[in-house]
Ligand binder design. Structure first.
Ligand code: ZN
Length: 197
């Protein structure tokens, strides 16, 4: 490995969230010094995941199987669908371990400024999924930002005619808050105390 290749590795690592150039250099050196115990297994894991990861055609989750392990699990309650912005929020709810239903991952939020419309988020797919049943409640676990709340209102309007309950997370999610940054207890409480919207 030449210095140029090491620089390239550092440059790629620096593009990961939470890693600036300085921590990327530290991470690269850490890997270089632990080739057998860390770098080789990491390469193997990256290769395996890259080759097999796919978007769940039902809920939009990322998994190495399709439908994903949550959609395929018969123990999950199919009458409850929790709508989240992205997979990080799904993971946050799963870490809390209190939600037993299924998910719908939007992959973003409606945004006039960024030109993200209902078709970009596949809201028709969500509407069709809800209409097919056996859904009894749709829980909107979306950020308390302007875009999050706009998205929540649009989805609530879409689902309202079906008569299915639409609820939102209770107080406790900070304004501008990101689900992924909430501690598990707060998220659990917000989910348990959800209310109709
Ligand atoms: Zn799925």
């Amino acid at each position: 490995m030449s210095a140029g290749e090491i620089d390239r590795l550092i440059g790629l690592l620096a593009r990961l969230p939470g890693l600036g150039p300085r921590s990327a250099r530290r991470a690269a050196l850490h890997l270089l010094k632990r080739r057998e115990s860390l770098m080789d297994p990491l390469m193997e894991a990256l290769g395996a995941v890259a080759a097999s990861v796919r978007l769940c055609p039902v809920c939009g989750n990322l998994d190495t199987r399709a439908p994903c392990s949550i959609c395929a699990d018969p123990r999950r309650d199919g009458t409850l669908i929790c709508v989240v912005r992205d997979v990080a929020d799904l993971w946050a709810l799963e870490r809390g371990g209190v939600f037993s239903g299924r998910y719908h991952v939007l992959g973003g939020l409606l945004s006039a400024i960024d030109g993200v419309g209902p078709e970009d988020l596949g809201l028709d797919r969500l509407q069709a999924r809800v209409a097919e049943g056996p859904v009894a409640e749709v829980i909107l676990a979306l950020p308390a930002t302007v875009e999050g709340q706009t998205t929540a209102h649009v989805i609530a309007d879409l689902i309202e005619p079906t008569g299915i309950t639409v609820s939102g997370l209770a107080q406790g999610v900070p304004v501008g808050g990101e689900l992924d940054y909430l501690d598990d207890g707060t998220l659990t409480a917000a989910l348990r105390a959800r209310r109709p919207v």
